[in-house]
Design a protein around this ligand. Structure first.
Ligand SMILES: Cc1cc2nc3c(=O)[nH]c(=O)nc-3n(C[C@H](O)[C@H](O)[C@H](O)COP(=O)(O)OP(=O)(O)OC[C@H]3O[C@@H](n4cnc5c(N)ncnc54)[C@H](O)[C@@H]3O)c2cc1C
Length: 426
């Protein structure tokens, strides 16, 4: 064994770094393992809902994040074919920060990782968690440095999987000797059922005519997406396309990459997007991942292995709530863990009691968002349904405001001072 910690956290996305900050601040010895070299870009629409602003402040990066972000997000638009309807976003009940922001993941995730180090976490980046093993009194995690291939074994009473969901866990981290509960948790209890047929793409653009502070949501046959200005006048376009639609796009644009073919299709399907990007220039390469895995993976019986962020569960990205669920999930997990002394978590009884408390709180907070997002995604990808709904939204655009609120955008029950919900006046 090379080193002992109170918790080993795998993955330094918003879920892992936020958990690391909260535990390290309370004196826990935390190891945070991240395989990518930071800063790194990521497939994401990069919108951070207003409800996270007090949490980012509490994590100590609120000012820095807002300084780098685009204008406050005050409006939402829905783009379908050549039509667009626009409405105000719901106002969060916090006088200092009533609106959300958009910020590139290369900035947000780096701020959080640096803050985890400042809080006292030992950061291993770029190191990959390769394997996990369960011993009677602790978990051990084998990690490997990206360049030198040096390996180390870290031990802790608990391991926290914050490694996202877009690489299948059982392939990403080997747990052959981890015992049945750990293996089930890493694979996801119903992993195959949760593998969707959606592939996701993202690119950044300069010189667009997209208005700063507006969040257009795109609906097109076989997919959905979103656009936003994320700071420094850089626009992000991120979208998901169903497998059969992607195959048809590639057939129509032979020789093009999947991202280029899908992008051409989105521009053709949503005239407004084409207009906003006319004359723009792409910054950096397209990023792609998939298939994404909306659904719940959290299990009460995973013993010393805790899951947070996308590793725990994920909503269809049409509602842009994944960063919220990652940061807010970190709050719920840290609250449950900190109710115990780290050494108490060596016992299965204490682990199970923390798991139960955490899973109940997590499901209460996030299941409604996951279900609503699935319904919105279903409608957005089907032109017959969206075609029937669009005239209603044109007549009553405030329905979009409420849809954003129902999606959790202004759900503020994570800090005591933000217990109240939202103010729909925009
Ligand atoms: C198209 C699209 C658009 C989206 N738009 C939005 C949006 O606008 N707003 C929003 O809130 N959410 C959005 N999301 C969702 C959001 O991106 C995710 O929910 C969020 O990134 C989850 O955070 P996380 O910390 O759980 O995981 P991640 O951000 O995926 O971080 C996991 C980290 O773990 C690391 N890792 C993985 N395996 C290992 C290993 N074995 N060892 C070490 N490190 C490892 C990875 O390198 C990564 O850095 C979108 C998603 C998609 C697909």
């Amino acid at each position: 064994m090379d080193a002992h910690y109170d918790a080993v956290i795998i993955g330094a996305g918003p879920a892992g770094s936020s958990t690391a900050i909260l535990l390290a601040r309370k004196g826990w010895r935390v190891a945070l393992i991240e395989k990518a070299l930071f800063p790194r870009r990521k497939v994401c629409g990069e919108c951070i809902a207003a409800s996270n602003m007090p949490l980012l402040d509490a994590l100590g990066i609120g000012h820095a994040a807002r300084d780098l972000a685009g204008a406050p997000l005050r409006n939402v638009a829905l783009i379908f074919q050549d039509r667009m309807v626009r409405a105000g976003l719901p106002r969060f009940n916090d006088r200092r920060h009533p609106w959300g922001y958009a910020l590139g993941r290369e900035s947000l995730d780096t701020l959080l990782l640096e803050q985890a180090a400042n809080a006292g976490a030992s950061v291993f980046c770029p190191w990959t968690a390769l394997a996990m093993e369960k011993a009677p009194e602790h978990m051990s995690c084998t990690i490997q440095e990206a360049r030198s291939r040096e390996t180390r074994i870290l031990a802790a009473p608990v391991v926290i999987a914050a490694c996202g969901s877009w690489e299948t866990h059982h392939r990403a981290i080997h747990a052959s000797s981890g015992g049945p509960d750990v293996r089930t948790a890493l694979a996801g209890p119903q992993s195959d059922r949760h593998r969707s047929d959606l592939f996701a793409f993202k690119a950044n653009f300069t010189s667009t005519t997209l208005q700063n502070g507006v969040l257009p949501v795109l609906s097109f046959p076989g997919g959905y997406g979103g656009m936003v200005v994320e700071g420094r006048s850089i626009a992000t376009l991120a979208f998901c396309v169903r497998r059969d639609t992607l195959a048809a796009c590639r057939q129509a644009k032979r020789g093009a990459t999947a991202a280029e073919a899908a992008f051409a299709y989105v521009m053709q399907a949503c005239r407004e997007v084409d207009l906003m990007l006319a004359g723009s220039e792409r910054l950096g390469p397209w990023l792609s991942i998939g298939p994404i895995r909306p659904g719940v993976r959290l299990a009460k019986n995973s013993g010393a292995l805790f899951m947070v962020g996308n590793a725990a569960g994920e909503a269809h990205p049409i509602i842009g709530e994944g960063i919220s669920m990652a940061i807010q999930g970190a709050w719920l997990l840290a609250e449950a863990l900190l109710a115990q002394k780290p050494e108490a978590l060596r016992s299965k009884e204490h682990q199970d009691s923390v798991q139960r408390k955490y899973v109940v709180a997590w499901r209460r907070a996030f299941l409604p968002r996951i279900r609503l997002a699935a319904a919105f995604a279903h409608i957005a990808m089907r032109p017959a349904l969206m075609g029937a709904m669009f005239p209603i939204l044109e007549r009553h655009p405030w329905l979009l405001t409420h849809a954003a609120a129902w999606s959790g955008k202004v759900e503020g029950s994570f800090l005591p001072e933000n217990k109240t919900r939202y103010n729909a006046e925009s």
